[in-house]
Design a protein around this ligand. Structure first.
Ligand code: GUN
Ligand code: ZN
Length: 434
């Protein structure tokens, strides 16, 4: 591995943008360079400002006029749902029972899991995503397959075996003890290996008994630094069912709160139909609300209330939620997110969107010291975008004269086709075949 200099227009955020014109929130270098070596970012600056001189033997990769950004981060996605995407259903519970719980049973087969895990990583990289928080299935071999693939590619990934012991077909159920034992063994084997992190993953309150959530709490107590990921307040039917199953707890977030599952490493997918009490509980524990716009529109679950979350100071991430979600692209995701917020009368500026898919999501995952920004010492996970990749976008670019407008065009019309290259740990991964 030799050092590389990536030359292009460099953009990285340093803080959360406060409105559409907050130029202090980012650094932009017109003829910039990112020097990468041994999987890390060594320096970032002006190309002609000594960066080339400082690394004279480095290979220069000229991406001009491409835009060089930190790799995209997806804070909620299901790799076993690659063949569920685009399934027709009336609502969440029908979608889960008719398609998802059928498809996920196939991951008992380690060979199938390995094939899909590899195709999944290919797809993330093709779309510019370098880190994701990933649900596997109930089968430990599904998590083995995913971690094996991510390790092979040296990707920074968070994942976990789903725990579920009721309201699902027999082939998808573990038991409280098995869920605990299998999760613990996977965590001990994979967490911290290379760039891998383990997420304790009770699917959601509907598919776990009290006993399972109690044993999940034991696991969280034993491994307080591990992630916890689950779903909450996605659809009204789901919420009514949760109330039936846990009648003595105040609300849906209160279920996870009762079992000690909230905290700064806890990612709660969806968070659409929230009470003030639930938002306060999330704020007090530092838990993260994960906005999944393509999924919420596709399944018809509802419109995320970003302003209410921000007013309550709840941490927010944004995610594809494939296969409830309909695209692997964080650009498509933020485009749909923009539309959800338009329908709610809320504003989401292009600077805020690009912050969210990079540094914002890194912060949501408490990984901002490693990913989400282009800074010396960080992981060399990088995406290069071209807003003129498609003829109609190139035409519109003739009328674009600010960075904000360019970002907005990339978000509104862009997808995998605007991703010129994705670097994983400093290596070009999109153009390389696995
Ligand atoms: N709630 C519980 N499981 C799932 C899932 O796989 N997808 C979505 N969108 N919601 C869920
Ligand atoms: Zn999900």
């Amino acid at each position: 591995m030799t050092a590389k200099i990536l030359r292009g227009r460099v953009l990285t955020f340093v803080s959360e943008p406060n409105g559409p014109d907050d130029h202090e929130s980012y650094r932009y270098i017109e003829d910039g360079a990112v020097v990468v070596d041994q999987g890390q970012i060594v320096s970032v600056g002006e190309y002609n400002d000594g960066l080339k001189l400082a690394a004279p033997r480095a290979e220069v990769i000229d991406h001009r006029p491409g835009l060089i950004l930190p790799g995209f981060i997806d804070t909620h996605i299901h790799y076993p749902q690659m063949q569920v995407i685009g399934s027709y259903a009336k609502d969440l519970l029908e979608w889960l029972n008719t398609y998802t719980f059928v498809e996920e049973q196939r991951f008992a087969d380690a060979g199938h899991a390995a094939r899909i895990a590899s195709l999944f990583c290919d797809e993330l990289v093709r779309h510019g995503t370098t880190t994701a928080a990933v649900y596997c299935t109930v089968h430990p071999q599904s998590a083995e397959a995913f971690f094996t693939e991510a390790r092979k590619r040296d990707m920074r990934m968070i994942a976990g075996k789903v725990m579920m012991d009721r309201n699902a077909p027999e082939g998808l159920r573990d038991t409280p003890q098995r869920g605990y034992d299998e999760s613990k063994a996977l965590l001990e084997k994979w967490d911290g290996l290379g760039r891998l992190h383990y997420a304790i993953t009770p699917r959601f309150a509907l598919t776990s008994t009290h006993e399972q959530l109690e044993m999940t709490q034991d696991l969280v107590r034993e491994f307080p630094d591990a992630y916890v990921q689950t779903h909450v307040n996605e659809s009204l039917g789901e919420i009514a069912f949760a109330k039936e199953l846990y009648p003595n707890l105040p609300d849906y977030v209160g279920i996870y709160e009762h079992y000690g599952l909230l905290g700064p490493k806890t990612l709660l997918g969806h968070c659409i139909h929230m009470t003030d009490r639930e938002m306060a509980a999330m704020y007090e524990t530092g838990s993260v609300a994960v906005f999944c716009p393509t999924s919420n529109l596709f399944i018809g679950s509802g419109l995320f209330d970003r302003d209410a979350m921000m007013a309550a100071n709840v941490r927010i991430g944004v995610a594809t939620d494939v296969g409830g979600g309909t695209s692997y692209s964080m650009l498509r995701t933020l485009d749909e997110g923009y539309k959800v917020l338009q329908l709610r009368g809320q504003r989401l500026s292009p600077l805020e969107s690009f912050f969210m898919m990079t540094l914002g999501n890194a912060r949501a995952l408490s990984l901002e010291h490693k990913i989400g920004a282009l800074a010396p010492g960080g992981d060399a996970d990088i995406v290069v975008l071209d807003a003129k990749a498609l003829p109609h976008m190139a035409l519109k670019m003739e009328q674009v004269d600010s960075l904000g407008e360019e970002l907005f065009l990339l978000q509104t019309c862009g997808d995998d086709r605007v991703v010129v290259e994705t670097y994983v740990a400093g290596e070009a991964a999109k153009s390389k075949r696995h």
